[in-house]
Design a protein around this ligand. Structure first.
Ligand SMILES: Nc1ncnc2c1ncn2[C@@H]1O[C@H](COP(=O)(O)OP(=O)(O)OP(=O)(O)O)[C@@H](O)[C@H]1O
Length: 760
C-alpha cells in the first residue's frame, strides 16, 4: 500500500476512536454533572477569570489565596470537561508528525505519532503522543539513525527509522513529507510564509533544535537566552511554559508562573499561544504594572515619559547609579542600620488628637533586643500598639463625644447596633455601656487596620532619609556625581513625592525599602519567572525580582542589540547576573538564526548594528528594503499612502512605526482622513487588524508583514545611542520594509551598504 493510503487509513481509525471517546466522554460528563450537583453548589461561583489583566494581577499578588482557588477550580472543573476540550482539539488535528523508533535492546520498531495532546484507546496503547512527552523530543532534536533522549529516569537510546510530517485538514491528509533532518526546512518555510496576524501562533510543529533545548530545560536556576530580533525567543519561551505545565502537572499551576513582558500590547499579542496548546495562560504583566499594583498611592512615571525624557549629564549618571547593584547593596546596609536607629514613624491620631507619639512608637520599636530583625521588630511593635489601643477602649468609653453620639443615635442606628436580637438590659447604665463599647471599638477600628497595614511607618520619609544618606553609603565620586548633584536630585524626588509622584529610577528602590522594613520574604509560591526584553532592566531591578521571587527559577530573554532604555548598560548585564545566580546553575543559550524577516530585511537590519552580533537569516527571499528621501513632510505623507496601497494589494498588514508618540500623532493627523489607520497611543490599547501607527517603544516584541519607518531623518535619529532603537524598528518587518525620511537620512542608516537596499 502507498504510504499515503496507509496513513489515511490509520488516520480514519484514530478519528473514529476519538469520536468513540467523545461519546463516552459525553456520558461521563452527564454522570459527573449529576454527582457534582449533589455535592456542591458553591464552586459554581468560583470561576477563574484569566482573560483580564486586573484579575490576573490580583491572582499574582495573592498567590496563596489564588492557589487555593486554582486547586478548588481544578477539582470543580472535573477532568471530564478537560478531556472534552482535548478531544475537540485532537479531532481537528490529531497529529502532525510520526517517528518510527526502535528503543535500544528492543526488537520492534514502533511508530510514534505526535500531536498537541496524548490519546490512547487503552492504558498502554498510545495512538497519539503529546509533543511534550520525552520521546517526542526526538522529533525536534535529530534526524534518522541513533539518538539519545532525556527521560525523567535518565538518558535513553534509540534508533530512528523514519521521520514523517503531515499536513492534515478536515480529517484528510493533505501532504506527507518524509525527511532525514530534525525539522525539515520545507516545513519551516511553509510555517513562516504565512501572513502575520494580530495574535502570535504556537510553533510546536516546527520547533528547532536550539529552541527545543530552551523549552525542555529543567536544570537551570537561571536560563538566559540571548538572541537576535526574530530568533524565536518569545516563541520558544511560550512553548516552554506549556512544557513545564505538562512536565510538572499536578505540582505546578499556571498561577505559579509569572511572565514580565515589555508592554501590555505584547501581552495581548501572545495571549492565544497557551490556550491554543491547551494550557491556561500564566500571569502576565509589565514591570510597571507590577510596581503600580504594589504602590497604588503613587503616580509612577510611565513608559512614554521614561522614553521621552532623555535625561543627560549628572542627572543621567544618577539614574544609572540608581540602577546598579552597588545601590542595591547600599540599601541593604541602610536597612540593617535601621535595626539601631532612624526608623521614621507617624504619630497615631484619634479624633484629631495625638494618642501615641512618634517618640513612643520609636521607643517601642527599639525596645526589642538587638537580635531582632526588621520584620520581627515591626511585628512586635504592631502587637504592642494594638494592646495599647485595646487598653484605650475602657477610658474612651467615658468620653463626652461617646455620650453625645449615644444621645444622637437614630432608631435605625440603634437597631443596627443591637443586631438581630434586641436584648433586654438590666439597667440604662448597662445599655449605655454596651453601646459605648460598640461606638468606641468602631471608631478605633481604622487605627487597628492601619497598624495591620504598617501605616505607622512613614515610608515616604524613610525613603527620603535613605536618599539623603546615600553619600555616606556610596562613593559618589566613582560615578562622577558630586554631593551637590546628588542633593539636587534628592530635592527633585522630594518634590515629586509631595505631588504623589515617583520617578522611575526611585520606583524599585522604594519597593525594596518597604519590603526590607516589613521583613518580606517574597512571593514564595511562584516557581517560574520569565522576563522578556531583559536588556531593558537594570541590575537593581533584577536583584529585586530575585529577592521578590526567592523560590523561582528564572528564564530571561534578551537581545543586547535592542536595549532601548538602558543602552550601554546592557553589556554588563551578564556580569551582574553571575553575581545573582550561581554560575554552576546558570545556562546561557544563544540563538543566532532569525525566522521573522526575509533574508533581505535581516541583512539590512544587521548592517545597522556596528558589531552586528552573529545573526543568520533563514533563507527566505523577498524584496530589498526601500529607502526614500523626500523633499518635504507632505511628500512623505504621499509616499506613505502609496506604500499602504501597495501593501494592501499584496495583502500585507502594515505598521507605521515612529520614534515618539508625538511623531505618531503627527503621522495620524496627516493620514487619518486618507487611509484606514489606527493609532496606538498607550500600551493598554488592543492590537487591531489593519494599518496601525505605533511609537517604537510600544512595538517591542511585535511583528508585522510590512513596516514603514516614519521619518528616519537626520534630525530625528541623531545620536549613536539610537542605533538600537532603529534596529528594533527595522527588525519588526517580516516581508516588506520601507524607510522614509525628509531631506536627509539619519547617519545610522546612511552608513548602511547601498547594495542592501533600493533607493526610491
Ligand atoms: N521554530 C519556529 N517555527 C516557526 N516559526 C517560528 C519558529 N521560531 C520562531 N518563529 C517565528 O518567528 C517570528 C519571530 O519569533 P519571536 O517573536 O518569538 O522572536 P523574538 O526572538 O522574541 O523576537 P524579538 O526579540 O524581535 O521580539 C515569529 O513569527 C515566530 O512565529
Amino acid at each position: 500500500m502507498e504510504p499515503y493510503e496507509a496513513e489515511q487509513q490509520r488516520l480514519d481509525t484514530v478519528l473514529e476512536k476519538i469520536q468513540d471517546a467523545k461519546v463516552q466522554n459525553d456520558l461521563d460528563r452527564k454522570n459527573a454533572e449529576q454527582k457534582q450537583a449533589d455535592v456542591e453548589n458553591g464552586w459554581n461561583d468560583v470561576r477563574f477569570k484569566s482573560s483580564t489583566y486586573g484579575s490576573l494581577f490580583e491572582t499574582a499578588m495573592s498567590v496563596r489565596q489564588q492557589q487555593q482557588m486554582l486547586q478548588e477550580r481544578e477539582l470543580a472543573m472535573n477532568s471530564v470537561e478537560h478531556q472534552a476540550v482535548v478531544l475537540d482539539r485532537l479531532q481537528a488535528r490529531p497529529y502532525f508528525a510520526r517517528i518510527d523508533v526502535q528503543e535500544a535492546g528492543s526488537e520492534t520498531v514502533e511508530p510514534i505519532y505526535i500531536g498537541l495532546a496524548s490519546f490512547s484507546d487503552s492504558p498502554d496503547n498510545f495512538l497519539v503522543y503529546d509533543w511534550r512527552a520525552p520521546i517526542s523530543s526526538i522529533y525536534y532534536d535529530a534526524g534518522l539513525g541513533n539518538v539519545t533522549y532525556e527521560t525523567p529516569d535518565g538518558k535513553q537510546e534509540a534508533n530512528v527509522h523514519l521521520k514523517r510530517q503531515f499536513q492534515i485538514e478536515d480529517g484528510t491528509i493533505v501532504t506527507i513529507f518524509d525527511t532525514d533532518e530534525a525539522v525539515g526546512d520545507q516545513m519551516l518555510l511553509n510555517a513562516l510564509s504565512g501572513e502575520s496576524t494580530t495574535k502570535m501562533k504556537s510553533i510546536v510543529t516546527t520547533i528547532q533544535k536550539e529552541q527545543n533545548k530552551i523549552i525542555r530545560n529543567t536544570a537551570a536556576e537561571l536560563l538566559f537566552v540571548q538572541g537576535a530580533a526574530g530568533s524565536g525567543k518569545t516563541s520558544a519561551v511560550l512553548q516552554r511554559v506549556a512544557y513545564l505545565l505538562y512536565r510538572y502537572r499536578g505540582h505546578l499551576t499556571s498561577g505559579q508562573v509569572v511572565m514580565f513582558s515589555p508592554n501590555q500590547l505584547f501581552n495581548d499579542y501572545i495571549d492565544q499561544v497557551l490556550p491554543e496548546l491547551g494550557e491556561q495562560n500564566m500571569v502576565q504583566m509589565t514591570y510597571y504594572q507590577y510596581a503600580s499594583r504594589r504602590l497604588p498611592k503613587l503616580q509612577l512615571e510611565t513608559l512614554q515619559e521614561r522614553f521621552e525624557a532623555q535625561p543627560a549629564g549628572a542627572q543621567k549618571r544618577i539614574i544609572d547609579l540608581k540602577g546598579t547593584s552597588v545601590y542595591f547593596d547600599a540599601m541593604q546596609r541602610y536597612a540593617d542600620g535601621l535595626n539601631k536607629a532612624d526608623i521614621k514613624v507617624r504619630p497615631i491620631k484619634f479624633r484629631g488628637q495625638e494618642i501615641i507619639s512618634k517618640e513612643k512608637i520609636v521607643d517601642i520599636y527599639y525596645s526589642f533586643n538587638e537580635n531582632y530583625k526588621l520584620g520581627n521588630r515591626l511585628q512586635g511593635t504592631k502587637e504592642r500598639l494594638m494592646k495599647m489601643l485595646q487598653g484605650r477602649i475602657g477610658n474612651e468609653m467615658q468620653a463626652d463625644w461617646v455620650e453625645a453620639e449615644i444621645q444622637n443615635l437614630t432608631k435605625e442606628q440603634y437597631d443596627t447596633m443591637l443586631g438581630d436580637n434586641p436584648r433586654e438590659f438590666k439597667s440604662d447604665e448597662e445599655e449605655t455601656k454596651y453601646l459605648a463599647k460598640i461606638i468606641v471599638t468602631n471608631a478605633l477600628a481604622p487605627i487597628a487596620k492601619g497598624f495591620n497595614r504598617n501605616r505607622f511607618i512613614n515610608i515616604n520619609n524613610q525613603f527620603i532619609h535613605f536618599l539623603r544618606s546615600v553619600p555616606k553609603l556610596v562613593n559618589l565620586a566613582a560615578y562622577d556625581i558630586t554631593e551637590a548633584d546628588w542633593t539636587k536630585s534628592v530635592e527633585y524626588t522630594v518634590n515629586k513625592m509631595k505631588n504623589g509622584e515617583l520617578p522611575m529610577a526611585d520606583m524599585t528602590p522604594f519597593m525594596l525599602l518597604f519590603d526590607l522594613i516589613k521583613g518580606s520574604r517574597g512571593e514564595r509560591d511562584i516557581r517560574f519567572v520569565f522576563i522578556d526584553e531583559i536588556q531593558d532592566y537594570t541590575p537593581f531591578q533584577l536583584a529585586f525580582l530575585k529577592f521578590s521571587f526567592p523560590r523561582a527559577r528564572f528564564t530571561m530573554l534578551g537581545d543586547l542589540n535592542q536595549a532601548i532604555f538602558t543602552k550601554e548598560n546592557a553589556v554588563s548585564l551578564q556580569d551582574e547576573l553571575s553575581r545573582l545566580f550561581d554560575p554552576e546553575k546558570s545556562e546561557y543559550v544563544q540563538l543566532t538564526q532569525t525566522y521573522r524577516s526575509t533574508q533581505q530585511i535581516t541583512d539590512y537590519s544587521k548592517a545597522i548594528l556596528i558589531n552586528g552580533a552573529q545573526i543568520d537569516a533563514f533563507e527566505r527571499e523577498g524584496d530589498k528594503p526601500v529607502v526614500k528621501i523626500l523633499p518635504s513632510q507632505d511628500k512623505m505623507v504621499e509616499a506613505t499612502l502609496m506604500q499602504l496601497v501597495a501593501n494592501d494589494e499584496a495583502d500585507e498588514t502594515t505598521a507605521i512605526i515612529t520614534k515618539t508618540l508625538a511623531d505618531a500623532e503627527v503621522a495620524y493627523e496627516a493620514l487619518r482622513e486618507r487611509a484606514d489607520v489606527t493609532i496606538i497611543r498607550t500600551e493598554n490599547q488592543r492590537l487591531v487588524p489593519g494599518t496601525i501607527i505605533v511609537p517604537a517603544y510600544l512595538a517591542k516584541g511585535l511583528e508585522f508583514d510590512a513596516v514603514i519607518m516614519w521619518d528616519a531623518s537626520e534630525g530625528v535619529y541623531h545620536g549613536d545611542d539610537e542605533r538600537q532603537l532603529v534596529y528594533t524598528i527595522a527588525s519588526r518587518a517580516m516581508h516588506q520594509l520601507t524607510v522614509l525620511a525628509v531631506t536627509s537620512l539619519t547617519p545610522l542608516l546612511a552608513e548602511v551598504d547601498e547594495r542592501l537596499y533600493e533607493k526610491g
